[in-house]
Design a binder for this molecule. Structure first.
Ligand code: PRP
Length: 221
């Protein structure tokens, strides 16, 4: 018998901001989570409801677990979902904007780099990011030629070391940019996190999922 066979609903999410801001939504739905993933280091966390458990994943892996049905539900930022959908169109239901983990996707450069002049002069910019699709779409819409350099984290380092002229990254408080002598020069889009749902789970076990989905909808309004 599989270990998961008695669990009715698996919810995938990432630790950090998304976990912290999901907890109040779960509490409003009457579900308590005793352990914090930062402290316990556990990757599967039980809740006060024996039928609901959480998987703690890297943010970019959440859509994959939900797409393949290893999790019924997930919570992921619009940034992650747009990049995932570019490779796997229509692979997930994305029914509810939870209005949590709000931030912006922005272009940022070193303080002394004249971005507007570079764009005006038609310079070919090197842009470091992990958001390939959104970066390509943004600069294509502006008619700016860019060489995109794919990175997986610590994007702020790239302009400092001369790997790139600009970065496209998430900005929340702005502290990481300013700590590294960078400034945001263009906002690409507002980001928040959405509830995502495995299509087969919804079809086959919608009666189990819908009460929790409705609770998320109520709590996020
Ligand atoms: C994001 C982003 C920035 C930072 C911005 O990283 O990549 O580094 O947050 O936040 P701030 O404006 O509040 O300083 P995150 O901590 O989510 O980790 P990641 O590098 O794994 O994306």
């Amino acid at each position: 018998m599989k270990e998961s066979s008695n669990i009715k609903i698996t919810l995938a999410l990432s630790k950090g901001r998304i976990f912290e801001e999901t907890m109040p939504l779960l509490e409003e739905a009457g579900i308590q989570v005793a352990e914090k993933p930062e402290k316990s280091r556990k990757l599967i966390i039980q809740t006060s409801d024996p039928n609901i458990r959480l998987l703690i994943l890297r943010a970019s892996d959440v859509p994959t677990y939900v797409q393949y049905g290893s999790a019924d539900l997930g919570i992921a930022g619009k940034d992650i979902l747009i990049e995932h959908s570019a490779k796997h169109p229509g692979s997930l239901y994305q029914p509810i904007d939870l209005n949590i983990a709000k931030c912006k996707l922005s272009v940022a450069v070193k303080k002394d780099f004249n971005y507007l002049d570079a764009v005006k002069q038609g310079a070919r910019l090197r842009v470091a990011t992990k958001y390939i699709k959104m970066t390509r779409d943004h600069f294509a819409a502006k008619g700016v030629y860019v060489d995109i350099i794919k990175l997986y984290g610590s994007m702020e380092l790239a302009p400092l070391i001369g790997l790139a002229d600009a970065i496209v990254d998430i900005v929340s408080t702005g502290d990481t940019l300013s700590a590294n002598g960078l400034v945001a020069v263009e906002d690409i889009m507002q980001i928040s996190s959405r509830l995502i749902v495995n299509k087969a789970s919804l079809k086959n076990r919608g009666d189990k999922l819908k009460p929790l989905m409705e609770a998320f909808r109520r709590a996020s309004n």
